[in-house]
Structure formats: C-alpha cells, structure tokens
Design a protein around this ligand. Structure first.
Ligand SMILES: *Cc1c(COP(=O)(O)O)cnc(C)c1O
Length: 341
C-alpha cells in the first residue's frame, strides 16, 4: 500500500477528505448492515431532526503507526460505550458496541494510505458521528438516523514546541447540573462557541468552566478535562456529573498510579485551591496533555510554578508514558492498544 503524498509533519488540525467512510442507516427500528463508501456528502431532508433540534452526537479517537509499523487505535471500546451513553441520553438508537469497534477498524483499513507514518508526529483522527436524518417538525425524537465514521489525517499538536496555555475563568456556563455535560453532544459545543470566541478576543487560549450551580468548583474547558499535580506530586482531577468522561484523562490517571507510582485522586476541586497546585494540564485525544501556565480569574492571575515555557515534570512524564504506550514503545495495559493492521 502506497502512502498518500502528504507533508505529514506540517499538517494542521483541519478536515482533509479521504477516500472512504463507513455509513449505516437506521430505519423501521433497525440498523442496516452498513458499508464502506466513497461519497463524502450527506443528502437528507431539510426537516431532519439534526437540523431542527440538534439531535446529534459524536466521538473522537485516533489511529497511529507504531514503532514496528503496525497501525493501532487506542481504547475504542470506551468510545463505543460513551457513544452508547450519548445516544441514550439524546433518545437516539444505540449503534451496537461490537459493530462500532469493527466499523472503526474497517474505516481505518479502508484509508490505510492516509495513516501518517511513525515518527511524523501526525496521526489519523477518527470521527464517528450519529445524526437524526428523519423529518421532525413537532418536537420529538426522529425515527431515522445515520451513523457515519470518517477519518482525516491531523498534524502534530505541539508543532513548533510546547506552549503552555493561558486560561480564563469563564462567566458563561457549559453544563447544567442534570443536563448533558457528561455526553458528547454537538449541542454542548454549539453553545460553547460564543464563550471561546470571546475568550480569544480577550487574549486567552481557553475557558475554564466552573460548576453552574455554585460557581465555586472546577469543571472542564470546552473540549478537555483538567488534571492537576499537587506540590507533593499527587495527581488530582475534578469529580462532577457534568464533566465529559475523557478517555485520555481516565487513561492518564491509570498511568500516574500504575506506571509512575503516584497517588491519584478524583474529587471536587474548588477554585480557591487553584493557586496551591504545582502543575495543570488539559487532557483530550487531540493533544493528550496540553500544559496550562496560568489562569486568569477576573484580572487576578494564578501562575503555576511550571511556568510558561515547558511542561511541568509530572505532566511531561505522564505525556511521555501515555504517548509511549500509544506508539508501541511501552507496553500498555491489556486491551488499550488495538491492532488494526
Ligand atoms: C471529547 C471531550 C473531551 C476529551 O475526551 P477524550 O476521550 O480524552 O478525547 C473532554 N471534554 C469534552 C467536553 C469533550 O467533548
């Protein structure tokens, strides 16, 4: 198989149409067999539930070329499970988990020429998504859906080196206490766009959202979970029912405990504690961990001792170990790295 002629090292994070995608349609109460197809466009009624009432959810994971030249992906079973939970909360039909995993593998295989080579820093981003395709005008769940997986090669996240982020504590809320913050729904992103555009205008990289009930506790950013390191090297992450359960964050907590021998804790984290931490990072599939250098709380700056030029030492070890597992340089726990070809 010949790789596409792409300058892998200089790819950004943008959509590039590849050759193949997986599509399965739900009609009359059942999913069809699905197929790998070439058509990158979706043609559905103007009255589709996704257009009217935002009945849509998605997932994100990556395929990597490992040191020995295999193509693998990382914990796709957890994406399958999370998409099941998203679908259930949005009254959408669940795409069976075993079929989800097989469809991920088949889609990557069909686009093997687009999987960036080992050492390039680039990866193949995989985007499963489900949309209500049936017409609805009265407010109710649609009766037809499409599950689709497309892929797109994406560049190294830390191109030009690691730059710690500057966050601001945001006055907009991301998720209500019993709302949809814990599922990967497009609607959570639609309403975060104003907050992020506003943050960028004010010179910040990201928003730190607080719990909307009391506005005293740390939740997450628009698309990544928080990880903190205390001054005595304990790894702490916020506990809340309205945070999206990041697979990267859950994996990093295991790495911290079982690979680095660190104490780990998932608990409520108060805004008042922020100044006591030694390191702070944002976790998600895109970057694994992006270090946070400072947080602006309405003009008052909280600067982490790790500074504005590099990752803190614990963040760096976590990053190196997890990416080492993903790239096949370090043996991962059973089932984490799934071989595609
Ligand atoms: C997807 C997502 C994350 C990161 O999850 P990963 O599984 O680690 O990629 C974090 N927060 C939100 C709101 C998300 O949508």
């Amino acid at each position: 198989m010949e790789k596409k002629n792409i300058d892998w090292g200089n790819l950004g994070f943008a959509y590039m149409q590849t050759d193949k995608r997986f599509v399965s349609n739900y009609k009359d109460g059942a999913w069809d067999d699905g197929a790998i197809i070439s058509d990158a466009t979706v043609s559905i009624t103007e009255c589709a539930g996704v257009f009217q009432y935002a009945q849509t959810c998605f997932e994100g994971l990556k395929a990597y070329t490992t040191e020995d030249g295999s193509i693998v992906c990382f914990r796709p079973d957890l994406n399958a499970e999370r998409m099941k939970q998203s679908a259930e909360r949005l009254e959408m039909p669940v795409f069976p988990k075993d079929r989800f995993i097989k469809a991920v593998i088949d889609t990557v295989k069909a686009n093997e020429a687009w999987v960036p080579p080992y050492g390039s820093g680039a990866t193949l981003y995989i985007r499963p998504n489900m949309n209500a395709t049936g017409a609805v005008i009265g407010v109710k769940p649609a009766d037809e859906y499409q599950f689709r997986i497309f892929v797109t090669p994406v560049g190294p996240y830390f191109k030009g080196g690691v730059k710690p982020l500057t966050l601001r504590i945001c006055d907009f809320d991301r998720a209500a206490p019993h709302g949809t913050g814990h599922i990967k729904a497009g609607l959570n992103y639609a309403m975060s766009l104003h907050a992020i555009v506003d943050a960028h205008k004010a010179g910040f990289d990201e928003n730190m959202f607080l719990d909307s009930a009391t506005r005293t506790k740390v939740e997450e950013t628009g698309g990544a979970n928080f990880l903190f390191v205390t001054k005595d090297n304990k790894v702490v992450t916020p506990k809340s029912n309205s945070i999206l359960p990041s697979i990267t964050r859950r994996s990093l907590m295991v790495v911290a405990k079982d690979y680095l021998g660190l104490e780990v804790e998932e608990r409520e984290i108060y805004k008042e504690e922020l100044a006591d931490f030694a390191e702070c990072g944002l976790c998600g599939t895109a970057a694994v961990i992006s270090p946070v250098g400072k947080i602006n709380d309405h003009g008052k700056e909280i600067c982490f001792p790790s500074g504005m030029t590099s990752m803190g030492p614990v963040t760096k070890k976590l990053y190196d170990t997890l990416t080492g597992i993903q790239m096949g340089r370090i043996k991962g726990p059973e089932g984490w790295v799934v071989k595609i070809s």
